[in-house]
Design a protein. Structure first.
Length: 194
């Protein structure tokens, strides 16, 4: 029986050794699986973080583009509005030149314009309706002539005969020169900017 005991002991040792190896293998497999899970979780976090950053940047770009487009739309609408305001003002100019207030101020404007050229020979171009009034203002100045000009609808334009100086005192010209300042005043009346 000693052989049977020996075989039983060997079998017990082999079983114990197999159980130990199996437990070690299971522990190693569990450690590998845990490490793999951690690696997968890290990789998932990295990929999701990178994707989240990409989406955040894309959202910021889209938001900036939307804001820019919104501002452009508002600016274009304001420009159209200002164009309509100034067109409406310009449409009233021919009628304004026949009014008493304009006629009363005309000699002063002609005199101020003449100061800019001195005694240089010049021609004053104006609508036919203003020719008599302007001729009366410059009657004593022989170096000046007044001509009816269909291209000048409201106001007058002075041009030296040598063509070196031109002074635009038309209402359209005045409006164009005052447009930036007037546009700000008109827009202020609209209210605060968005």
């Amino acid at each position: 029986m000693p052989l049977e005991h020996l075989l039983a002991a060997l079998e017990r040792d082999a079983s114990a050794q197999a159980e130990t190896l199996l437990a070690d293998a299971r522990a190693a497999a569990d450690a590998i699986a845990a490490e793999a899970e951690q690696a997968i979780a890290r990789r998932r976090r990295d990929v999701l973080g990178a994707r989240e950053s990409e989406l955040r940047v894309a959202a910021q770009v889209a938001l900036a583009e939307a804001r820019r487009a919104g501002r452009r739309t508002v600016l274009e609408a304001r420009q159209r509005f200002l164009d309509r305001v100034f067109a409406a003002a310009g449409a009233q100019f021919p009628e304004a030149t026949v009014g008493e207030a304009y006629r009363a101020a005309l000699p002063r404007h002609v005199a101020a314009t003449l100061q800019s050229i001195g005694d240089v020979p010049a021609v004053i171009h104006c609508p036919e309706g203003l020719v008599p009034t302007i001729r009366a203002v410059v009657a004593r100045q022989k170096h000046l002539s007044v001509e009816s000009d269909a291209g000048v609808e409201a106001g007058f334009r002075l041009t030296t005969t040598d063509g070196t100086v031109e002074v635009d005192h038309t209402l359209d010209g005045l409006l164009e020169r005052l447009r930036p300042r007037l546009a700000l005043a008109v827009l202020e009346r609209l209210g605060p900017r968005p």
